[in-house]
Design a protein around this ligand. Sequence first.
Ligand SMILES: [Mn+2]
Length: 297
Amino acid sequence: MPATHLPTFADASASLKEAHYVILGVPFDRTTSFRPGARFGPDAIRQQSWNFEPYNFETGLDLSEVPVHDLGNAEEFGSAEEMVRGVRELVKPLWEDGKFPIVFGGDHACAPPVVESAPRDASLGVLYLDAHLDFRESYLGDRRSHACSARRMVEHLGASRVVVLGVRSMSRDEKEDNDRLGMPYFSTYDIHRDGIRSVVTRALERLATDRVYITLDIDGIDPAYAPATGTPEPFGMTPLDVKTVIDLAAPRLAGLDIMEVSPPWDQGNTSSLAARLAREAILRVEGHRQGRTLPPP
Ligand SMILES: [Mn+2]
């Protein structure tokens, strides 16, 4: 069971039983390779979430009337392997109960176990938003490093079920391995040239799955907007690019995580952005669930 129940995500007032959207924090950053601190991400995102209006004029929904529950944080884990087992155990029952998991990291190593805990027949594809390809077989001796997360998801789902968006950094080995294995990716240069709608539409077409899961490494967004992260990389997506990803994916969206928010480097704007994007996802998906007429993405 989650160990702590400190301040909840704003407007997450439903019980676990009645909730459709369930938030879990994973304060784990032991595989961070550059500057540490993402373990403090979940609580910083929760704290910033209280800044926002419950009412959302785009969807006409009030978040306080949407069934959201905050489970609190997972316990501390000693190793990445232990974290993987723990996160799978916590998230598996959410998938089984038909809920929409929302996981706040923690470093990006925390994302693969969320996907791995979904039932095999879930028909889940992944939109992987990240500055980095995360396609190393192993990094610093750890196959569960945050530098290997897309590779682990491809091993689990197959290369056609993971599409990377916003990438602008990869090693030569990652490039050559992926040339062989074939995970599709769209760089921020593709987005800059063709426009976010065109790129996301093509990415969603590549995912021949009924349902889509978004994993957002906050470093996918430009460091000008999201500076508080472990490995900032210039030439990133804008916050509105990511909102467009969420809005376009929403009819098929089944779950979401937001990783790598690192509060020691934050003035509040990065965790605020993460909180707002999580709220956008909940509201947009709920709008579709209720059959509302929504403004086009
Ligand atoms: Mn990254």
